[in-house]
Design a protein around this ligand. Structure first.
Ligand SMILES: Cc1cc2nc3c(=O)[nH]c(=O)nc-3n(C[C@H](O)[C@H](O)[C@H](O)COP(=O)(O)OP(=O)(O)OC[C@H]3O[C@@H](n4cnc5c(N)ncnc54)[C@H](O)[C@@H]3O)c2cc1C
Length: 493
């Protein structure tokens, strides 16, 4: 009889672990606290409108790459899924000046040099790093990687500059540029609080044609993954919050407890925030020095959350680049006075069109301080509404053609993200890779609990869907190795 495995959490990590275990002949039951799977990668329909609360860009859309193969395995992507080919990672509007991070970095570099010749050194250094990281990404991710090309080796001459980039916040790095529009673009290059190195890496992979978005967004991608899980015989329990993992005297997990019910299994995989597993599921019986350290030094490993508003836009004219970041008058969101607003029209994807109208999201960054501030706010609901109104005002001031043509479909901030998924501080990623915080990685095991495995985006710096996917893939490999080892010794006996 096949061994039984309980997976806790139906985000990308839990679903991937479940599917890979089913493919290896295990009996898998997945417990998800919400009425739907997806976790932070959530898509749904509201009044006929497709709301994607996740996919701005997806690592591994490029065929022939390691991550792409894993997405194919769980049917997140397949040959019938159309992939967007947006020309720009982002467009920035600063007064009259438009700056883009386009896919063609050679042309982009020329445009930047024309805009600000006196920033030549900074521009060449920035694009040199992006180019090298793009080539390195292509090499590392290529399944058929066989030889180091001279082109790649030549490009690695930028390695000192790349290493130095780890020591810069985007804001500090932006000061290398004198043109205010370039400064604005670099400072707000992407969401979250990771260092400039991370953006260079992301822009690099975008330049080699990875990091696109599957059409249909999160909703259809998660539906495909869920269906793959079910078609392999996985048992899915929705609205099923696990309250505790019950340990025996040898520290084996005997059962997962849901209310008063005990669910027994041979192995347990907790595919959610490691902090939550340690604190809530095993009641602090074991500590992790790593996570204690990260939490004590949270200001150096700041988390990345957001405040988002989703709008229905009547008669969208395709006159805003996807996505666009604009300079705004300062708006208070959480503790911060935000001066940039990320606007994401979804009109490139027909599934976001409904009766001729389309969806646009407004996004601003938040962190742990904002989460704490909003949590302790005396009148949070009113504050939430005030933020929504202020952000819409900034949007319609910048694009007056949409005044009185927008309607709120959804809005959420750090508190709602935390409520939805138990992610610490409502973070949409794990701890950031900042100028002061180093890369961290957790192997998903507490040695004293042999049959408990942990995976998900919180196992590594930065997080995101690829981290959720990869860490769950590695944790399944780890579990399979243990099984092989156990059966070998059983045979010897
Ligand atoms: C606005 C936004 C934009 C984003 N943009 C991108 C992007 O462009 N690209 C990208 O790669 N990533 C993006 N992300 C991040 C991405 O969504 C996450 O990194 C990823 O989905 C995390 O997956 P996970 O499986 O590790 O964790 P989660 O998604 O957090 O899954 C954990 C699951 O466990 C469940 N759970 C929690 N506690 C319990 C319990 N006690 N019992 C049972 N179930 C429980 C939760 O409900 C959840 O379903 C974005 C996220 C947001 C919110």
């Amino acid at each position: 009889m096949s061994k039984k495995i309980v997976v806790i959490g139906g985000g990308i990590a839990g679903l991937n672990a479940g599917i890979e275990l089913l493919q290896n002949g295990y009996d898998v039951s997945l417990y998800e606290k919400n009425p739907h799977v997806g976790g932070l990668c959530y898509g749904y329909f509201k009044d006929g409108y497709n709301i994607d609360t996740c996919l701005h860009w997806l690592m591994g859309t490029k065929k022939g790459t390691v991550i792409n193969k894993l997405w194919y395995n769980i049917d997140a992507l397949n040959d019938d899924v159309e992939i967007s080919q947006l020309p720009n990672f982002c467009t920035f509007i600063y007064g009259d000046v438009k700056v883009t991070f386009s896919r063609n970095i050679d042309e982009e570099e020329k445009r930047w040099l024309e805009l600000s010749p006196k920033d030549e050194k900074a521009i060449q250094s920035f694009f040199g790093c992006v180019r090298s990281l793009g080539k390195l990404w292509d090499y590392m991710q290529n399944i058929e990687r066989n030889k180091l090309s001279m082109d790649l080796i030549k490009n690695l001459s930028n390695s000192t500059k790349i290493l130095q980039a780890m020591k810069y916040t985007r804001e500090d790095y932006s000061k290398k540029f004198s043109h205010p529009a370039l400064r604005f673009a670099i400072k707000n290059a992407m969401t979250g609080y990771n260092n400039i190195f991370f953006f260079m890496q992301v822009y690099g992979l975008f330049s080699v044609n990875d990091g696109n978005v599957p059409m249909g967004g999160a909703y259809y991608m998660i539906e495909r993954i869920k269906n793959r899980f079910l078609s392999l015989g996985g048992k899915l329990y929705l609205n099923s919050k696990i309250d505790e993992l019950v340990l025996d005297k040898n520290n084996y997990v005997k059962a997962a407890r849901i209310n008063k019910e005990l669910v027994k299994a041979d192995y347990f995989i907790s595919a959610l925030d490691v902090n939550y597993t340690l604190r809530e599921l095993i009641n602090n019986r074991f500590h992790s020095k790593k996570y204690d350290y990260l939490n004590r030094n949270i200001n150096n490993y700041t988390i990345s959350s957001c405040f988002c508003v989703y709008l229905k836009v009547k008669g969208f004219k395709n006159d805003i680049d996807i996505p666009t970041n604009i300079k705004i008058k300062k708006v208070k969101v959480g503790t911060k006075h935000i001066d940039s607003l990320l606007i994401r029209p979804y009109a490139f994807d027909k599934t976001f069109d409904y009766k001729g109208d389309s969806v646009i999201s407004l996004f601003v960054d938040q962190d742990q301080d904002d989460y704490n501030y909003l949590k302790n706010h005396k009148n949070y609901n009113e504050e939430h509404q005030r933020i929504v109104v202020d952000l819409i005002k900034e949007f319609t001031q910048a694009y007056p053609q949409y005044k009185n043509k927008v309607e709120v479909l959804a809005s959420f901030g750090p508190l709602e993200l935390h409520e939805q998924t138990n992610t610490s501080y409502g973070s949409l990623q794990s701890y950031s890779l900042t100028d002061k915080g180093k890369f961290y990685s957790f192997n998903g095991k507490i040695r004293k609990i042999p049959n408990l495995y942990m995976c998900g985006q919180w196992n590594r710096s930065i997080g995101g869907t690829p981290t959720a996917l990869l860490t769950s893939h590695y944790i399944v490999e780890k579990l399979l190795r243990r099984e092989k080892y156990l059966s070998y010794f059983k045979k010897l006996k």
